[in-house]
Every structure is written in structure tokens, then in C-alpha cells.
Design a protein around this ligand. Sequence first.
Ligand code: GDP
Length: 447
Amino acid sequence: PFTVAIVGRPNVGKSTLFNRLVGKKLALVDDQPGLTRDRREADVVIEGLPMTLIDTAGLESGDEGLTARMRLQTEAAIEQADLVLFVIDARTGVTAADEIFGDLVRKHGKAVVLAANKSEGRAAEPGFYEAYSLGLGEPLAMSAEHGLGVGDVTEAIAEAYRNAQAEAGEDGAPEEGEPDEEGVYPLRIAIAGRPNVGKSTLVNALLGEDRMITGPEAGITRDAIASEIEWGSRRLRVFDTAGLRRKARIEARAEVLSVGDTLRAIKFAEVVVLLLDAEQPFEKQDLQIADLIVREGRALVIAVNKWDLVEDKQARLAELREMCQRLLPQVKGVSLVTLSAQSGKGVDRLMDAVLAADEVWNKRLPTAALNEWLAAMIDAHTPPAVAGRRLKIRYMTQANARPPTFVAFCSQPKALPDSYVRYLVNGLRETFDLPGVPIRFNLRKGN
Ligand code: GDP
């Protein structure tokens, strides 16, 4: 079943939250207190969805320190979980121990709901804002003891549950693959593009020809299959969409783009390769797919296939680069790789670009550097005044990676013009070297 682990340093209120979530209102199905003495587990129904809740509260030793044993137990719970419910105490703010636990959570790459507990009353406000800097997404203000904001938390849990369901394979199998001995998962890649741009040919070039014809999967009519390859020192999991199914069927090729398949591939992937046809690049459908990729916040690489057919390669490349800048401003600086899937030429450069895009997508920038940068940006161009009052942006931090997501606190967030936000986003891209990934920039009220 879908498993939620409540994680956080001692005394932030994990047990109180656990009790509230398994409380009468949320139909307790089965309680197994103390599977081991270090934790409690319960089967619960949250927002109508059945799941298992793990409380790591038994680890609390009373003191603030993080013992090796506590760390191991927390890691085990995170490993087992589909979702981490990370709890901090908003009244004390983010402590060194919170940061250590936060690093553990981030390292595992699981979905996270960040709860700023003990948020009743104004004393909790600064701590709530500090929680953004953990880089685990936007905090939800709540109070387990007073029952405030718990609905927001259960809603966020339900949303994570539904996302996990949508991402799981048809047979419910996890599509992220298996971790290696070091706990590293393969990098998930999808090849997206219109029919006939050469997706199947590229997948074959990557995986080897035989696979499609003779593999055990041949003839299978599942919508999509993930296959793994080694590329240098990385394991890659390539999501193969329509190609296999189409090859398996002995029928005319479908010329329509299946948005459902494409979207599924994009959701599955960390990096999406948008494959274009060199002779008909950046068509309407290509841009629609690019839009989906950006909306889902994935790292993007543009690959231009059938480069062997292009005569004046230099002129075409200049043209393509210009089109890319003009038509895809949301991912300024995105890599554009030319290749021939048929001959395999350029495929290695494509993979280098994929790995580089993944690195940018995962980047985390220190809060101090961001705020220094913000001050300089404001110095160079002050935000406008609205109704006689100058808009103030006081603080920013990176709330999340994958994709890079920033939060800035503004005196009147709704009044800050889009052009100013674009100025900041473009500046972030250049100063901190974030080419080609969607950047999310959220404004919050704060002074
Ligand atoms: P898909 O619909 O995107 O999977 O496209 P396919 O891989 O089936 O390829 C469509 C057509 O383009 C096929 O006839 C391929 O042989 C051809 N094709 C694919 N890659 C290349 C390439 O690099 N150069 C040339 N000249 N043709 C290619």
C-alpha cells in the first residue's frame, strides 16, 4: 500500500500529528503499535484513500542530538515510504537538526509534504518563512495539537497519492526502476516527438536493434515500456512510448500524436528529449509537446534528427538556434543537438546533453548567494511603485529543485508586474547558470 512516513527531529510534534491522522475522524483500520520499539505503524484512510502511516517518533530520546541509530531508523522509514511527511516546529524555526533530517529526506528523492507544526499564533511566523529554505517545497502551516491546517496536510497527502497512482505502471509496478548498491536510481529519460520524427529509430540506436524484434516484450501491446542501458558510469532508463506498440502491430502507422502517451512519458521522465525532424522543425505539434514538458517542469533537451538529409548544415543550424530562442523563451539556453538516429551519429552528444540538463535540473543554490544577488538586481532596477508605494522584495530562497523553484517575499505580490518577474528569472538563469530548464518563481506575501 501507499506508505507515508512522518519524519522530523525530536519534539516537533510527529506523534501528535500521527495520533491526529489516525484519530477517529480518519477511520482507523488496523493499529499495530510498535512493530519494532522504534516506530508505530497504522493503516489509515485519508481523504477516502487507504494508506499506511509510519511514525518515527519512538526514536525520540529526549535530547536534541541526532544519534546514528536515529538516523538509520529514519532512513529505513524514508526508504520504505512513498511519501515523506516532514515536520518542523515553526515556533523554534529551522534548527541544525532539521537541516540534517531535511538532507536525509532530499537525498532519497521521495515525494515530500512539508508541515510547519505548532503554527498557531504569530510567534510561528518567522519559523514558517524559514521553512522555505529547507528546499523541500512550500510549507503548510498547521497545528497538530489544535487541529489547525490539518486539512491542508491531508489534502496534500491525497494529492501525492493520486500522483503516485498516475505514475505507476499499468501493473502498478514502480517505473523508477531499482536502485543500485549505492542506492542510486537510473536516470529516467523519455523520447517525445511527433509521429515519424524518428523516435523508434533513436530508441533502437540507444538500446540496440535486437531488442525490439526479439526481446521478451515483442508483441506486447502495453502502451509503453522502460528499458535500461548503461551510458558511461550512469544507468539510464529509457521510456519507449508508441514505437514498440506500433512495431508490434502489423498495420499502417498511426499518424496522429497520442497526447496521452506523450504526457505519460513526460511525467515518467526526469529529462525529456524533444525530437524534431530537421526538415520540418518547430511545427505546431512540436511546440505543443515542448509546452507540456515545461508545464510538467521537466529538464529538456532538443534533438534535431535526420541531420544527414540537411545540405547546408551551417545555415540550418543558425536558423534552428534562432527559432529555438524565439519560440521557446521559457527554457532559454536549452541544448540543441543535431543527430542522425539512423546512423547513430550525434547520439553520444545527445546523451552528454541529457546528463548536463539533469545536473542543472537538480541544482540547489545557497540562500545567502541568492539574497546577495537579489539585492544587486533590485539596485540595478528597483521594482515599480503602485499607488504611491514602492513594492518591496525582501527575501528569497530556493524552495525546491527538479525543477529549480524559487520563492520571493514581496510586500504586494499581486501588484508586481510580470515583466519584473521575467527580469528576475532571466537574471537567475544567467548568474547561476541554469540554462534550458523550466524555472518556477513564486511570489508570496511577506514583509
Ligand atoms: P517515430 O514515429 O518517431 O517513431 O519515427 P520512426 O523511428 O519510425 O522513423 C520515421 C522514419 O524516419 C523512418 O522511415 C525512419 O527510417 C526515418 N528516419 C529515422 N531517423 C532518421 C535519420 O536519422 N535519417 C534519416 N534520413 N531518416 C531517418
